[in-house]
Write a protein that binds this ligand. Structure first.
Ligand code: PNS
Length: 161
């Protein structure tokens, strides 16, 4: 059985993430979406909220499971028996960070491979951060995130006023 992990902060999930999830789910028997801690980032949503947003967005994709985990990505992979980490690559700037992560993870566990999927053209400019910034100025994010996520971002923005 081929098991892979698609990790990230997912603060919150975007249509770009969903594109990678759909494509990755088609490559493996089981795909875990791991909501992990990125110590460089201050998040808008709690891990529980982020998991719930993803669960709703992936309804109907049978071989996907969403879990949050506070620890090393490689430890999570071992826990669920995954041999591959899937990441999305948008622009060339992503490559440096992803290559560094891949090498660190390989150092920790040489048996786990990182597979980089190139983002679909339409999503190569999307990030959770840019979407949150656009929403904070009242910009239209309806084609960038699922509807329930758009609603949650707008509500969170109002709470923070
Ligand atoms: O969506 P992001 O913020 O780019 O995802 C980064 C993430 C969460 C995948 C990365 O920070 C991570 O793997 N965090 C867990 C801790 C870990 O294993 N770090 C790498 C080795 S130091």
């Amino acid at each position: 059985m081929h098991i892979a992990v698609y990790p990230g902060s997912f603060d919150p999930i975007t249509n770009g993430h969903l594109d990678i999830i759909r494509r990755a789910a088609g490559l493996v028997d089981k795909l875990y979406i791991a909501v992990l801690i990125n110590k460089q980032k201050k998040c808008m949503f709690t891990p529980q909220e982020r998991v719930a947003f993803i669960q709703k967005a992936v309804t109907g994709i049978e071989n996907v499971e969403v879990i949050s985990y506070d620890g090393l990505l490689v430890e999570f992979c071992k826990k669920v028996g995954a041999k591959a980490i899937i990441k999305g690559l948008r622009v060339i700037m992503d490559y440096e960070a992803e290559a560094q992560m891949a090498l660190i993870n390989k150092k920790i566990d040489p048996d786990i491979e990182t597979v980089l999927l190139v983002a679909t053209e339409n999503y190569s400019f999307i990030s959770s951060s840019v979407i949150k910034e656009l929403a904070s100025y009242g910009g239209d994010i309806s084609c960038l995130v699922p509807a329930h996520v758009q609603k949650a971002i707008i509500e969170k923005g109002r709470e923070q006023l």
